[in-house]
Ligand binder design. Structure first.
Ligand SMILES: [Zn+2]
Length: 304
């Protein structure tokens, strides 16, 4: 059994207002996908330590969130990011799951781990909640791998349809990390221009609206996977967002379930080649429930 899923029912406690696409039902849909994977183990996530959050987030930001949370009502942090009375419990479990996934594969080489959680994380910056994200789960996990496990080369691969601006901003200039992102452009949040990289450890590649399987696979094969390979990562982290699916309401790519199997398999092959098989993924976007279920299943089978 080489796939461990970290999740927690309390990830559903983060409740944006009715009608918000990043809704608690996403967790159930993703877990329905996981249940169809033949061979996996499922473990309860535990909340992250404040010390680990401080690897990626400023103390003032964490204090401000905690103070807001104490007020007991749901409030808007920006146009689409909300904080409710129990949102920080869910967020602490989401970031905790990503770090526990890292711990798992470090302890058990040859395994993969998948944090099936919400809220997502890749838009959250060091001192700013953004784009449905409160804590940057994957950036915290990358910095945890470096600080706790002494990793020297960590690759963070982000195939969510949106650019992982928060992850890029937090990891930019960190020579122990390389950040790779494919995303639709133009699209929210408007960052991730390949011609103007934030730092030398950042590799962005974009797809126009309407792009499908061939364009997505060619982009990774020609521009991103060769750079991951050249880096010879000791650990591969994946921001696994499934909102590039053709059914997704928030973007206009035309990806299919099998494209998520494909990218999972490609990244797993690189992990086996360079990283003793160590790969972890953390759930980011994906807002059509049926597409999310099927994409999580396909990707999970790809990395299994
Ligand atoms: Zn997204």
């Amino acid at each position: 059994m080489s796939l461990t899923v970290f999740t927690h029912a309390d990830c559903a406690l983060h409740r944006p207002p009715d009608g918000h696409p990043e809704r608690p039902q996403r967790l159930e849909a993703a877990l329905r996908g996981i249940e169809q994977i033949d061979d996996h183990r499922r473990l309860d996530a535990t909340p992250i330590d404040r010390a680990q959050l401080l690897l990626a987030h400023g103390p003032n930001y964490l204090a401000n969130l905690a103070n807001l949370d104490a007020s007991g009502s749901t409030m808007a942090l920006d146009a689409d990011t909300h904080l409710g009375p129990r949102s920080l419990e869910a967020a602490a479990l989401a970031a905790g799951a990503a770090c526990q996934a890292v711990d798992r594969v470090v302890k058990h080489p040859g395994e993969r781990a998948f944090a099936v959680v919400r809220p997502p994380g890749h838009h959250a910056e060091s001192a700013r909640a953004m784009g449905f994200c409160l804590y940057n789960n994957i950036a915290v996990a990358a910095l945890h791998a470096i600080s706790t496990h002494g990793m020297q080369r960590v690759a963070v691969c982000d195939f969510d349809v949106h650019h992982g601006n928060g992850t890029e901003a937090i990891l930019a200039g960190n020579e122990k990390c390389l950040f790779f992102s494919s995303h639709q452009s133009p699209l929210y949040p408007g960052t991730g221009n390949p011609a103007a990289p934030h730092a030398s450890n950042v590799h962005n590649a974009t797809l126009p609206a309407g792009s499908g399987s061939n364009e997505f696979r060619d982009l990774w094969l020609e521009h991103l996977l060769p750079e991951v390979e050249r880096f010879r990562p000791q650990l591969i982290l994946v921001s696994a967002g499934f909102d590039g699916h053709w059914r997704d309401p928030l973007a206009q790519l035309q990806l299919k379930d099998e494209d998520y199997y494909w990218i999972g398999e490609q990244l797993k092959a690189l992990a086996i080649q360079h990283a003793d098989g160590r790969l972890i993924a953390s759930l980011e976007g994906g807002y059509d429930l049926k597409a999310l279920e099927e994409s999580v299943l396909a990707f999970g089978e790809g990395i299994e």
